[in-house]
Design a protein around this ligand. Structure first.
Ligand code: 4NP
Length: 155
């Protein structure tokens, strides 16, 4: 079975779609098969494409995310995905509260997988400027690379 990974942030229009893009790109580079998706814990942007600044950032880094649409995390996600990665502590706490008893998913912070950055959040760029989205890309790429390495080792 393909390993499966879900990235979760608040709005599902900035950080988690970029994390999705970064892991897909890393998996493609490594020739690794992995199922990847993203979702949010807040419902303001459900059904909408990622923030235009996130789309532009992904595009600059060679990935098209314009087709993605924001959705909420569902109880089914905890049964479907092996790994659920929160982009910050608040989202991790919300996921821990939502986790059904029959969940098989391993919950963690994305940056917990990056040596020296354990416990750190990927900062929310929503109220920031373009350079904040570059920092988001850099963080989610570091997370995606570390995660891909761990998943490949566990296979
Ligand atoms: P995200 O960023 O959680 O990285 O998608 C946000 C997007 C929207 C809002 C907050 C964060 N909002 O409050 O609408």
């Amino acid at each position: 079975m393909k390993p499966s990974v879900l990235f979760v942030c608040l709005g599902n229009i900035c950080r988690s779609p970029l994390a999705d893009a970064a892991l897909r790109e890393e998996a493609r580079r490594l020739g690794m098969e992995v199922e990847v998706d993203s979702a949010g814990t807040g419902d303001w942007h459900v059904g909408r494409p990622p923030d235009a600044r996130a789309v532009a950032t992904a595009k600059r880094n060679g990935v098209d995310i314009s087709h993605l649409r924001a959705r909420l995390v569902t109880p089914e996600d905890f049964r479907r995905f092996d790994h659920i990665l929160a982009l910050d502590a608040q989202n991790l706490a919300n996921l821990e509260r939502m986790q059904p008893v029959d969940s098989k998913a391993e919950l963690s912070l994305l940056l917990d997988h990056v040596e020296g950055r354990e416990g750190e959040a990927v900062a929310d760029p929503y109220y920031g400027r373009d350079e904040h989205f570059d920092a988001t890309w850099s963080d989610v790429t570091a997370g995606a690379k570390a995660l891909a390495r761990k998943i490949a080792q566990a296979e």
